[in-house]
Design a protein around this ligand. Structure first.
Ligand SMILES: [Zn+2]
Length: 269
């Protein structure tokens, strides 16, 4: 601080770039100056600062120089956001655009579909295989499967291709779903040591860009890789879904036989 005071840096800041922290400090400085002005100006009792709305929080927390464009479908929010960016992040080059089309904006840009995909258990891969992603309290497991069809020739090549594609898809899913904590990936078994090596290398490489990722183990003899990913906020699933009230998230229910047996016991025995 130039004169007095200081900053509390929370554990959520672990591993972030120094530039991000510097940007936060600049932002807080400008905010503090604004609040100070409001305090001196306000003769009566009134709020000089309060936590902002959801969309403003999104702008504040998620905007980075890498965001190219923001489209907003509401004039009032648009004004508020442009004003905010002017006041606090004046150097930002991001293009902010007001969308006034008739088609709902989420529909227009396929957002609903993307959300649906990002929440579904299965992720299809181009090579025909898929990922099955399960999130439990203890960990997230990601199972890589080949598609139903496995060419009779070049069996091991197909497996390698699927695993390589899966490695890249998994890196994306971890970020999109904001999965944190322990993650275990079960790649399809590979016999060729060179193939195993290649998958391991590709996976490490795609994860390098993800600052939240750390501590990846080597591919185990069973084809597993263990890793941890920093928890920041709730996962997408936890944000957008509630646990099922019927099965409490277990994903199953009493079998018909069990219900029937119980019924017969009660009334006929
Ligand atoms: Zn259920």
């Amino acid at each position: 601080m130039p004169d007095r005071g200081g900053y509390i840096i929370r554990t959520a800041a672990e591993g972030v770039e120094a530039d991000e922290i510097r940007e936060d400090i600049r932002y807080l400085g400008r905010l503090w100056a604004k609040v100070g002005k409001r305090i001196t100006k306000s003769g009566t009792i009134k709020a000089v600062y309060s936590e902002v709305s959801h969309y403003m929080r999104t702008i504040r927390d998620l905007i980075t120089p890498r965001v190219e464009k923001i489209r907003i479908d509401n004039k009032q929010s648009y004004d508020e956001i442009t004003q905010f960016l002017e006041d606090y992040i004046p150097d930002l080059k991001t293009d902010v655009e007001l969308y006034l089309g008739d088609r709902p904006i989420f529909d227009m840009y396929g957002i609903e579909d993307e959300i649906k995909k990002a929440l579904s258990r299965k992720v299809k891969l181009k090579s025909g295989g898929d990922l099955i992603i399960d999130q439990t309290e203890a960990m997230t497991t990601i199972d890589v499967n080949t598609g139903g069809y496995l060419g009779s020739r070049n069996h091991s090549e197909t497996i390698l291709k699927t695993n390589l594609e899966a490695a890249k898809a998994i890196a994306r899913q971890l970020r999109v779903r904001n999965l944190g904590g322990i993650v275990i990936v079960d790649f399809i078994d590979m016999i060729d040591p060179e193939h195993r090596h290649q998958v391991q290398r590709t996976f490490n490489k795609v994860l390098e860009k993800d600052h939240a990722c750390s501590a990846t183990t080597d591919l185990s003899p069973l084809g597993l890789i263990e890793m941890t990913r920093k928890r920041t906020r709730e996962s997408l699933g936890q944000t957008l879904n509630d646990p099922c009230t019927v099965c409490a998230g277990r994903g199953d229910q009493k079998s018909a036989e069990r219900v029937a047996t119980k019924y017969f016991e009660k009334y006929y025995m």
